[in-house]
Write a protein that binds this ligand. Sequence first.
Ligand code: NAD
Length: 435
Amino acid sequence: MKLSVIGCGYLGAVHAAAMASIGHDVVGVDVDPAKIAALSAGTPPFHEPGLPELLEQAIASGRLRFTTDISEVHDAAVHFIGVGTPQRKDGGGADLTYVDGAIDALLPHLAPGSLVAGKSTVPVGTAARLATAVHAAGARLAWNPEFLREGFAVKDTLEPDRLVYGVASDDDAADDVAVLDAVYAQTLETGTPRLVTDYATAELVKVAANAFLATKISFINAMAEIAEVTGADVTTLADAIGHDARIGRRFLNAGVGFGGGCLPKDIRAFTARAEELGRGESVAFLKNVDEINLRRRQRVVDLVVDSFEGQVHGKRVAVLGLAFKPDSDDTRDSPALDVAVRLHGLGADVVCTDPQAIDNARRQHPQLEYAATTSEALNDAEAVVLVTEWREYRDLDPAAVADLVARKVVIDGRNCLDSDAWRARGWQFHGLGRP
Ligand code: NAD
C-alpha cells in the first residue's frame, strides 16, 4: 500500500521505516530539513537501537523516501500523523499546534477516500474535532494511538502488544477498519489483539495507559520515601509485592523517577483535559503522581549535598547519564539532566556524561561541563551520581572506579548497582529508599 507518515521524529521515523520493511511504499514528511536530509541519507537523527539497519534496508529496497514537500503524499491511501504534542508553554495542557498544522497542510493533498490515521497522543475530543474537516475533504479519519517505548521502538512497532483503532461512529467506519487491517495484515496474522473503538476511547486508552504507568512508578517512589524514614528497603518491598500477579514486578523500580517526551506531559495534559471536561477530581491524583516524581530528583540532589555535609559548592561531582532512560538519546524532561542542572545551580563542579545524549543535553544546557567518556567524568570526582541506568554504568567495577575518583561516594539514583559489592570496596553507598 502507498502510505505517508507526517512527522518523522522518534515515533514517525520508526513507523515509516517499519511500514516500508513490511512491504509498503512509504513517504515520510517533516518540516525539519535537517531531519529529512539525515533520514534520506539513512542516518537517523536520534539514537534508537535497530533503526539504522531498518532504515538502510528500507531505503535500499526503494520503498522508503523522505521529503519536506507535503504535496508528495497525494497518492497515499493512508496518512499517519506522528507530529509532536508537547506541553503548552502557558500551562499543563497539550499544545495541538503541530497536529492542527499537519492536518491543515495535508487537507489540500488528500485523495478522495484516503484515510488519515492519527498516531500522536492527543487530548480526548481531538479526533472528533478534526474529523469534520477531514471528512469534508472527502477523506476519512481514524485514531490509531502508538504505544512504542524508546529503546525498543523498532520491535514495538513491528510487534506491538495490541492495536487500537478509534474510528468514526458512522456507516463508513467498517471500511476504515478494513484499510487499517490491510496496513497491519502481517502483524494481525501473528495474533496481535486488535481493538476497534470510538474516537474518545482510543484517545483515552493512550493517556490512561501512560497515567497508569506513571502512577505505578510514583507509587513505588512514595514507598521509597516511607522506607527512607523507617529503615526499610524498597527494592525488597518491590520484589515481595511484585510476586503478587495482580501487582507484578515491572515498573516497580524506585529511583529518580520518570521523564521523557511522553509520561510527564501526558499526565499533565490529561489533568488539564479532565478539568476542562468538569472531571478534574477524577484524575486529581495525577498531580500527586507528578509531585512525588519531581521530589525524587531533589532527593538525589539532597543525598549528594548531604554527602558533603552541606558544602557542595566547588565539589567535583560526576553525573552518569543524561538521557531520560537507557538506550535513548532523548533528554526531554529527563530526571538525569535535571539533577545535573540542580547540582550545577548549587555551585557544584558538575561533569556529566552519557553514551548517546551529550549533544541533546548540551543544546538544552550549554552551561554544563560534558565528558565524552565515563572515565573522564569519573576522574578526580568527589561524588558519583548514577541517574540513567545504561548497561555500561550498571556494569561498573567498584574496584576499578575507585582508582579514578578522589572520594569514594556513590549515589545510585536508579537502584541498579549491587550495594554490597560497592561497600565491600570501601565505597560510601546511597540508594533511594534503601538503608
Ligand atoms: P518528535 O518531536 O520526536 O517528532 C515530531 C516531529 O514532527 C518533529 O520531527 C517535527 O519537526 C515534526 N513536525 C511538526 N510539525 C509538522 C508538520 N506540520 N508536518 C510535518 N512534520 C511536522 O516527537 P515524538 O517523540 O516522535 O512524538 C510524536 C507524538 O507521538 C507525540 O504525540 C507523542 O506523545 C507520541 N508518542 C511518542 C512516543 C515516543 O516514545 N516518543 C511513543 C508513543 C507516542
